[in-house]
Design a protein. Sequence first.
Length: 94
Amino acid sequence: MIVPVGSRVLIRPYKGKVQKGSIIIPERFRQNQFIALVLAIGPDVVSPSLKVGETVLYNNYVGLIVDKEKNEMLIEEDGIVGIVEGAGDVSIGT
């Protein structure tokens, strides 16, 4: 696994459809923001609410793909625009 340095975050973007309960969130509403799972956090990340295992929203074109097979990428902390609360009840297809 890649260990992020500085204020970088290792994420695994979700692919496919996203739904909460029986409501499917269409791709067109997610085209400028994407959903990912946080895998690792660099030592200089300042947000105390950002933790490994969180589901986050991030901006498009902000990351560096580090492992194409595992679908992992590194992004700067400021590329994360939000944390998805209650992600335990969000179903994400891969």
